[in-house]
Write a protein that binds this ligand. Structure first.
Ligand code: UTP
Length: 276
């Protein structure tokens, strides 16, 4: 029912400089696979096989990653090295890729708005691939869990997790009424609040299901925190006019846009996935 998934990958990744000076942060590898490929695999698992990349300057490596590399593939054809390409070949056979450019980094809301022409008038997923989500408890990935929830409620959904006080100012934070275990109807949302202004300790992470009315709402949303067009502000309007759910997902999220989270994810994947 939901077929499309948007990947805003235009950000500068300043927290990872100098590594990200000429390389997109979404191409940083967790062991032997770039972050963005983990995100695309999660989307495919959820049945979202039409991938839309919102890219920017210096991000061509991402588009190339999901395309055939003739010279390389010709060179290793018939050798044992070919198996190293099996995961990316599987991704390429299951998904289609479209691209659009965000010309100025005006925030996540603006990046999503740029993706409008790739989405049209249907509900869609959003993955911020620097948040690596792994289902460390077994079972479905986070997006697949959210798609199931969408089938029941048919409204926008944000993935949330509880975070400690000293982390709260790094996230969008929700307040909500509990509908069921782990499911909240959002009543308030604040982008990167100071601890004393945070409405709860429930932080939004980089997985969303959005209904297409979000585009018009973003268009009518003024720039917010840091002068950027904030998706959080548009989602608050959507929550007030209708319904937005916060969903406490099953699994673990690693903040791979930060060095600490990146190292933690690398250790986890090496020990629990790569070496298994
Ligand atoms: P971040 O807040 O992580 O920003 O963006 P960033 O620029 O990528 O990284 P830092 O903070 O400078 O280290 C969250 C997501 O939104 C995308 C980013 O690519 C990332 O996936 N984004 C952000 C855009 O695509 N465009 C924007 O204008 C802003």
């Amino acid at each position: 029912m939901i077929k499309k998934c948007l990947f805003p990958v235009a950000g500068y990744g300043t927290r990872f400089l100098p590594a990200t000076k000429s390389m997109p942060k979404e191409m940083l590898p967790i062991v032997n696979k770039p972050l963005v490929q983990y995100g695309v695999e999660e989307a495919i698992e959820a049945g979202l096989t039409e991938i839309g990349l919102v890219t920017g300057r210096g991000k061509r490596a991402i588009a190339d990653h999901f395309d055939v590399s003739y010279e390389l593939e010709h060179q290793i054809a018939g050798t044992s090295k070919e198996e190293f390409l099996s995961s990316i070949r599987e991704v390429m056979s299951k998904a289609t890729f479209s691209m659009t450019r965000q010309q100025e980094m005006r925030g996540l809301g603006d990046a999503i708005l740029n993706g409008r022409r790739l989405i049209g008038d249907e509900p869609f997923g959003v993955v911020l691939s620097d948040d690596l989500c792994l289902n460390t408890e077994g079972g479905d990935g986070v997006l697949a869990q959210m798609v199931q929830l969408y089938k029941q409620f048919r409204c926008s959904i944000v993935a949330i997790q509880e975070v400690p006080e000293d982390q709260i100012s790094k996230f969008g934070v929700i307040a909500g009424e509990k509908l069921k275990d782990g499911i909240f109807q959002v009543t308030n949302m604040v982008e990167k609040p100071a601890v004393e202004e945070a409405p709860s300790n429930l932080a939004i992470i980089g997985r969303y299901i959005l209904t297409p009315d979000i585009f018009e709402i973003i268009e009518n949303t003024p720039p917010g925190k840091n002068g950027e067009l904030q998706l959080t502000d548009a989602l608050l309007t959507q929550a007030k006019n209708g319904c937005v759910l916060g969903y406490k997902f099953k699994g673990t999220r690693f903040d791979c846009g930060s060095v600490d989270g990146f190292v933690e994810a690398t250790n986890y994947v090496y020990n629990n996935i790569y070496k298994m």
